[in-house]
Design a protein around this ligand. Structure first.
Ligand SMILES: *[C@@H]1O[C@H](CO)[C@@H](O)[C@H](O)[C@H]1NC(C)=O
Ligand SMILES: *[C@@H]1O[C@H](CO)[C@@H](O)[C@H](O)[C@H]1NC(C)=O
Ligand SMILES: [Zn+2]
Length: 531
């Protein structure tokens, strides 16, 4: 036991350390409390050789900025009585707050600025919350159980889509039990007479968009060949592409834009992109879809997409690659449409419905960039995502269209080590080094393909190895691909009822709030209380 006097002394020292913020005092506290050989946690070296933007040297700069922030909040349009005729949900797959921060820095740096002061379009939205992303059997989730949460409003087991946590992995029988099957906000919107659409840069049968229509005990069952390869009978266990084309609510979608054409076509024929289809059952789901939709059009490249007259056609399906779409940085811009172009056509088409619409729009390759530990790709995809959101806000009415932006889960990436202001976000931190004097990158992943070690396991100098758009960012734990992370993700909302999207909430609350705002579904609704 420590004598009371010593405890008081410790308290006093700790307090003086806090008050004066001195490194030395904190050091003393550790010595006194018996933590021998404790190194200083923070070195004043970090203050050396750093750039400060000149305007920021004047406190008035910050007072003015704070005033602008206050005035912006005071001038917020009062939208809390208005109903959301339209709801657009934007989903950044695998987009942790770290990626949001880094993307905002890259955006500013591409404009020739230091970057940290920049903002993404959706960061200007007035209401922000946090979403807890764990799934029923997983501390760190995947895109399937999270899609079930943010589109069906129920948490389930990892790998499941559109079915409850009563269903175990790969159990097709359980997934077909009506009591285990869920409905999505897309179906709630259709029941209210609204138009619906899904858009993704991955495949139409990828986990995130599938949350809007599929019910499956395995997200990999994208086509019949996939079902068979997982040991199930594809004639009784219906694959997701077939569900999309033949079942409610998928068959009613006015818009379906993404990649993954191969999942809809038999192996015996080539798709529009020159690759063979993937189906073994011989079914051409695209012909089937066209025969069921008079006036429906199929497009497969940017030119076809942009030449569609949305007033003159029925439903539109766009399949812009055989598999997932190409990263924006790698894509042939004349062939593959951007997420903004897909968003524009989607909104123009869906807004023809006088009852309004629900659209789900996914920036799906942010996750792919992060899995590759290619931060440059992840951030570029995040910037494409924020551009599409800006466009959506610009071409819709803030008084009738609710826009909700969120992510499904994070990735284990950090921005760390006291890099100076304006340091290349994809580059090396010039202001710190490891215990051997070797500098390290600003961004680092916990897990991934490249540790940059020499034959003795020592860290290599990173000069010339990182800093390019397509460099592999270093990681700590060797594994072929990076992994998801389990911390909360952000929610950003603008439009009618957007004030509801605040606080820390379960991810599964999000569709119920969107349904409340737009008076759809079987739960509480704004319209219940105002009529
Ligand atoms: C699949 O789920 C059903 C309940 O729907 C259960 O009876 C069966 O044992 C499960 N099969 C496996 C392999 O777990
Ligand atoms: C689009 O279609 C509508 C309805 O058929 C027609 O009135 C309009 O002229 C068309 N627009 C263009 C640019 O072709
Ligand atoms: Zn992922």
């Amino acid at each position: 036991m420590l004598a009371p006097q010593l405890l008081m002394l410790l308290g006093g020292l700790a307090l003086s350390g806090l008050v004066r913020g001195g490194v030395q005092e904190m050091h003393n506290v550790y010595e006194l409390s018996g933590q021998a050989a404790h190194k200083e946690r923070f070195s004043t070296e970090v203050a050396k050789d750093k750039y400060t933007p000149p305007e920021e040297k004047d406190p008035q700069f910050w007072y003015d900025l704070a005033n602008q922030e206050i005035n912006k909040r005071l001038a917020l349009p009062q939208l809390d009585k208005l109903k959301a005729k339209n709801v657009i949900m934007f989903l950044g797959d695998g987009m942790p707050l770290t990626t949001v921060t880094a993307a905002r820095i890259l955006k500013g740096q591409r404009q020739g600025k230091t970057g940290e002061e920049s903002s993404l379009s959706f960061e200007k939205f007035p209401h922000t919350g946090l979403s807890r992303t764990y799934c029923s059997n997983a501390q760190v989730p995947d895109s399937a159980c999270t899609a079930t949460a943010y589109l069906c409003g129920v948490k389930t087991n990892i790998i499941n889509i559109g079915v409850s946590a009563a269903v175990n992995f790969n159990n097709c029988t359980a997934s077909q039990d009506p009591s285990n099957r869920l409905t999505s906000i897309a179906e709630w919107a259709q029941n209210a007479g609204k138009a619906t659409g899904i858009v993704t840069t991955t495949t139409l049968t990828h986990a995130s968009p599938s949350g809007a229509y599929a019910k499956t005990a395995n997200r990999m069952w994208e086509c019949d060949t996939d079902v068979t390869s997982h040991g199930e009978d594809a004639s009784t266990c219906i694959d997701m592409a077939t569900q999309l084309v033949t079942q409610t609510p998928g068959k009613n979608f006015e818009i379906m834009f993404g990649g993954g054409m191969g999942k809809f076509l038999p192996k015996t024929i080539k798709d529009s992109h020159g690759k063979a289809g993937e189906r073994s059952d011989g079914v051409n789901l695209l012909s089937k879809w066209q025969s069921q939709h008079a006036g429906g059009v199929l497009v497969s490249n940017r030119k076809q997409l942009l030449s569609v007259n949305v007033s003159a056609v029925g439903n539109i399906i766009g399949l812009f690659q055989s598999g997932v779409m190409n990263f924006h940085m790698d894509a042939d811009a004349t062939y593959q449409p951007t997420l903004s172009e897909l968003t524009e056509v989607t909104i123009k088409k869906l807004s023809k419905n006088e009852n309004g619409y629900f659209a789900f729009i996914e920036g799906g390759l942010i996750d792919y960039g992060n899995h590759n530990n290619q931060a440059g790709y992840a951030l570029d995809e995040a910037l494409e995502f924020e551009k599409a959101i800006q466009l959506a806000r610009d071409i819709t009415d803030i008084e009738d269209t609710l826009i909700v932006v969120t992510a499904d889960h994070g990735h284990a990436v950090s921005i760390a080590g006291y890099p100076g202001r304006g340091t290349n976000i994809l580059g090396i931190n010039q202001h710190d080094s490891d215990i051997n004097g070797v500098k390290y990158s600003v961004l680092n992943y916990a897990v991934g393909p490249n540790q940059y070690l020499d034959e003795n396991g020592q860290r290599l100098p990173l000069d010339g190895l990182v800093g390019d758009d397509d460099s592999i960012t270093p990681s700590y734990i060797p594994k072929e691909t990076g992994v998801h992370s389990g911390e909360d993700v952000g929610i950003w909302a603008s439009g009618p009822q957007s004030y509801l999207f605040t606080g820390v909430m379960q991810q599964s609350t999000i569709p119920h709030l969107m349904a409340y705002a737009s008076c759809i579904g079987s739960g509480q609704k704004l319209c219940d209380s105002t009529t």
